[in-house]
Structures are given as structure tokens and as C-alpha cells.
Design a protein around this ligand. Structure first.
Ligand code: PAF
Length: 294
């Protein structure tokens, strides 16, 4: 596995792959790799000849009181995992390489609407940080395909919109969330949980699945479902940020045009902010009839 810290060096290696007609798949990460990231890598390997992984803890996407300093940095262990998976190229730049003029001087990529709701409301500037760094990484790597996890469903939706809006010739591929045996979505932040919090954490996914089940069974009062779910989370010791039933394609409220719903939640357990989501495809005729209560 070749590891690069400099954009110029990785670009000349990737140009040689491209000249040989090899297709490049890209998996951007912030490191502290777990099975969820490795599933993204495996998907990337199935899609292209060459897989490039980046590891960069992007300060631009952390708010002033968030966990930038505490975020786990485990480069040596991450490299071993990527090597064992057969990844050919790792890009692990420093902050100066990505933001040579400093972050305040950086041009920002902003995706309106999709980026302003849900996590965007409680983490102002977060998605601008994500889209800005992902754009820069896309321009450096110039992949044919980029692979992201569905756990960060809003992030995935925003990146899909960004590549369309900015005419970036990159296929964005989403990969189903990798979970622990008890349903908890794998996340680098799960490591912050105490033993007691870890025991409670899978309830977030359980409440999401119960809500999906209720909708699938024809329960159509979404406000009631959302507030019941928030109450269940509160009672279990979570501090819910949001629990929302949305149109999976627009992330706006469900309408008669909705073909698929996404149920998305973010909640704190102690100092740890957990997010998760589930989706439900609506049969255009019969399910919508159920939803509308007709
Ligand atoms: O999902 C992440 O790990 C990050 O938001 C990403 C896409 C690597 C950008 O820093």
C-alpha cells in the first residue's frame, strides 16, 4: 500500500493508474477505522480497479465546542487494517496540506436546504465543512466512484446533490449501515460510551425500527409517532436532538409524492452524540393510501 501526505505526489501516482485505463474508487474517512469503513472499502473494491482511502480528521466540520481534540486518531492501526484489505493507495494529509492558507481563508461549498435541516440545524457549519473538504478531496483524487455509508444519510444526500449541482463526474455509492449484533450502528464515536451507556445505546435503533413498523402497519399520525419516539428515548436516558419522519429523497416533510420515507434520529447519551436512520419504501398506491388514512 502506497501512503501519501502530499496532494501533488498522490496525483501523479493516480494519473499513472488512469493512463493505464484503471478506474478509481475513493473512500473518504476520518480514520479510527472499524468494520463499517471496511465494508465501504470492500464495496469500492468490487466497483473499480484501484481503491484510494483518505484519512483526514477535518477540523472545518467540527463546531467550536465539539470533539475535534478528542476524536480518536489511530493511523498506525488504520494502516494495518487497510493493508490487510488490499487497499492500494492511502492519502493521509495534514491540516496544512488541505488548508494551506488556514481555514478562515478557505472558499466554502454550501449545499442549501438539505444542509440546513436535521443535523445541519444543531451543528451549524458542519455540512459546509464536509462538502468543502469532500470537494477538495474529489479534486485531488478525481475518482470515478466515491463510496459513503448510509449511517450518515443526510451527509450522503448532500454529497449526491453537490456532485449534481457542481457537475462533478463521480458516481456516489451508498452502503448499508454496518451494525453491532444488538443493532447499534458502528461508529468511531461509540468508543466514547461508558459500559452503562453502551448497554442503552441500541435502543436508538430499536425505536427507529418500531416507528417504521408502525408506519408499515398503516399508522399515519407522524407527529404522534415522532413525539412518542422522543419520549421513549428521553425515558431511557437519551437527550434527543431530533426524531423526524422525512421524504428519503428530499429530506423535507412527507407529501403525497413521497415514494420512500427516511426516519432519522440524533440523540446524546452523556457526551456522545449518536445518529441513526431507517427507511421504508412506500408502494405508490396501497401504502400511500394507508399513510393518508384514506
Ligand atoms: O463521514 C466522514 O467520515 C466525514 O464526514 C468525511 C466524509 C470523511 C468528510 O470529512
Amino acid at each position: 500500500m502506497r501512503t501519501y501526505n502530499s496532494s501533488a505526489a498522490i496525483q501523479s501516482t493516480l494519473a499513472a493508474f488512469r493512463a493505464r485505463g484503471q478506474r478509481i474508487a475513493f473512500v473518504p474517512t476520518m480514520g479510527n477505522l472499524h468494520e463499517g469503513h471496511l465494508d465501504l472499502v470492500r464495496k469500492a473494491q468490487r466497483l473499480c480497479d484501484v481503491v484510494v482511502v483518505s484519512i483526514f480528521v477535518n477540523p472545518l466540520q467540527f463546531g467550536p465546542h465539539e470533539d475535534l481534540d478528542a476524536y480518536p486518531r489511530t493511523l498506525a492501526a488504520d494502516k494495518e487494517k487497510l493493508f490487510a484489505e488490499g487497499v492500494q493507495v492511502l492519502f493521509a494529509p495534514g491540516v496544512k496540506e488541505i488548508y494551506p492558507q488556514g481555514m478562515a481563508a478557505q472558499s466554502i461549498v454550501h449545499v442549501p436546504d438539505l444542509g440546513d435541516t436535521l443535523c445541519g440545524r444543531s451543528r451549524p457549519g458542519h455540512f459546509d465543512g464536509v462538502t468543502t473538504v469532500v470537494s477538495k478531496l474529489f479534486n485531488i483524487v478525481q475518482p470515478d466512484v466515491a463510496v459513503f455509508g448510509e449511517k450518515d444519510f443526510q451527509q450522503l444526500s448532500i454529497i449526491r446533490k453537490m456532485v449534481i449541482d457542481l457537475c462533478m463526474p463521480i458516481d456516489i455509492v451508498g452502503v448499508v449501515t454496518t451494525r453491532e449484533a444488538d443493532g447499534l450502528a458502528k461508529s468511531s464515536r461509540n468508543g466514547y460510551l461508558t459500559k452503562e451507556q453502551r448497554a442503552v445505546a441500541p435502543l436508538l435503533n430499536q425505536v427507529l425500527r418500531d416507528c417504521r413498523e408502525a408506519i408499515a402497519c398503516g399508522f399515519d399520525n407522524f407527529l404522534q409517532l415522532e413525539s412518542h419516539a422522543r419520549m421513549q428515548l428521553l425515558q431511557a436516558g437519551f437527550d434527543p436532538d431530533y426524531f423526524e419522519i422525512r421524504d428519503a429523497h428530499t429530506l423535507s416533510t412527507v407529501s403525497e409524492d413521497t415514494e420512500e420515507v427516511a426516519i432519522l434520529a440524533a440523540a446524546r447519551l452523556g457526551k456522545t452524540r449518536l445518529i441513526d436512520n431507517v427507511r421504508l419504501a412506500l408502494n405508490p398506491v396501497s401504502d400511500w393510501v394507508m399513510l393518508a388514512g384514506i
